[in-house]
Design a protein around this ligand. Structure first.
Ligand SMILES: Nc1ncnc2c1ncn2[C@@H]1O[C@H](COP(=O)(O)OP(=O)(O)OP(=O)(O)O)[C@@H](O)[C@H]1O
Ligand SMILES: [Mg+2]
Length: 243
């Protein structure tokens, strides 16, 4: 469904992604791994057309998103949700308003219908009776859940999670990992999970795309990634396991 073809992204003289190509397989969980600063978030933002490549394409269901008008882009964006590294809840809005925001923006549903959807999505991520709470009153794990409820509000076909477990304590991180798996199974969602959390990778990855120095150094099944003899991958697995 999402395909990246010969994609190059540069900032001035600095090339971040160099001629990379991959496909994110439908209804599977693909982990995008790589060391800090290697271009994982840049890749995600380019897929959402928040950044432009210097060359190459991002195809969604075969359509090049950089050739679309803003109106058509909006439709495509409804199919792909993002969970940002920082959760990105709006601090001045309460939980209901945060989750309802994309529904107000993209549909003509009335307030009762929206309330029903918001409650349903919050329940799906394990939250109840917090509609009136402000983001500042929530723990880090709860903020992630609210952000996830917002990400699934429009019933997307794909969710891109940017570092969903970073900064959370291990038990809460595990809950989030379980939720990612639940979203994929329950809602049949294609998931792209950007992370260097090895526990997270181990629990959910079906496929792995690994970036190094602007290029893809691995693209395949997780079981092959885990047993890879490639020295860079072995070093990555060792470093993040033991440092
Ligand atoms: N808007 C921008 N303008 C200029 N350089 C940028 C911009 N966004 C990212 N970069 C650079 O691109 C490189 C890759 O950044 P990116 O945020 O994608 O890394 P990452 O792999 O997501 O790292 P992390 O694991 O720390 O989140 C970095 O060197 C960063 O400084
Ligand atoms: Mg990042």
């Amino acid at each position: 469904m999402i395909e990246v073809k010969n994609l190059t992204v540069a900032f001035g003289e600095k090339t971040i992604l160099e001629n990379i190509s991959t496909k994110f397989i439908k209804n599977k969980i693909t982990v995008v791994a790589g060391q800090s600063g290697t271009g994982k978030s840049v890749l995600m933002k380019t897929i959402e057309r928040m950044m432009s490549p210097s060359s190459g394409k991002v195809l969604i269901d075969g359509i090049d998103i950089f050739s679309l008008s803003n109106k058509d882009l909006k439709k495509i964006r409804m199919k792909i949700s993002m969970l940002f590294q920082s959760s990105a809840l709006l601090d001045s809005l309460n939980v209901f308003q945060n989750v309802a925001l994309p529904i107000f923006e993209h549909t003509n549903k009335n307030e009762n219908e929206i309330l029903k959807i918001v409650k349903e999505k919050l329940e799906l991520v394990g939250l109840k009776d917090i509609l009136e709470k402000m983001p500042s009153e929530l723990s880090g794990g709860m903020r992630k859940r609210v952000a996830l409820a917002r990400a699934i509000a429009l019933e997307p076909e794909c969710i891109i999670y940017d570092e969903p477990t970073t900064g959370l304590d291990p038990l809460i991180a595990l809950e989030i990992v379980k939720l990612i798996s639940k979203m994929q199974k329950h809602l049949n969602i294609t998931s792209i999970v950007i992370t260097h959390d090895l526990d997270c990778i181990d629990k959910i990855a079906e496929n792995v795309v690994m970036l190094n120095n602007g290029k893809i150094c691995f693209d395949g099944f997780y079981k092959d990634f885990k047993n890879s003899e490639n020295s860079f991958i072995k070093k990555f697995l060792f470093q993040y396991r033991y440092l």
